[in-house]
Unconditional design. Structure first.
Length: 134
């Protein structure tokens, strides 16, 4: 299973998940908010530092953990359409990409706001989100 672990109270992160779902036409990705019960279980099983919530995580095939721009690249590889244009960022060295990623991530609440609670997916996409039984 391929899992996108995201910040469920971040408005930007939630809208990004909705866009990813739109372009994941083969339904290859599942999603879990870091704050959800399934997300907490994943955090624990992959020994993720809970103080590092300023990043998106991607678990590929239930085994390999990626974060920051490497996670984004691996996610985009599984999508169809326009998002694949983002793969151009691989020409930028990872330390530079990740520096700008972290800068944006640290300011995402200020720029886009934050929710009190995690997003509740609509019925049409709820099957894309992991439940507690992960």
């Amino acid at each position: 299973m391929n899992i996108v672990l995201f910040d469920g109270v971040c408005n930007f992160c939630n809208s990004t998940v909705i866009r990813i779902i739109k372009y994941d036409t083969d339904n290859r990705l599942k999603f879990a908010a870091q704050q959800s019960e399934a997300g907490k279980k994943i955090v624990k099983s992959f020994n993720i530092d809970t103080n590092d919530s300023d990043t998106i995580y991607f678990i590929k095939d239930d085994t390999t953990l990626y974060k920051e721009t490497k996670a984004l690249i691996e996610i985009v590889k599984l999508l169809k359409g326009k998002p694949r244009l983002l793969l151009i960022i691989v020409v930028i060295p990872a330390p530079i990409r990740d520096f700008f990623y972290r800068l944006f991530a640290k300011n995402r609440y200020r720029l886009f706001g934050r929710r009190q609670d995690c997003m509740i997916p609509s019925d049409e996409i709820s099957n894309r989100f992991l439940d507690v039984g992960y």
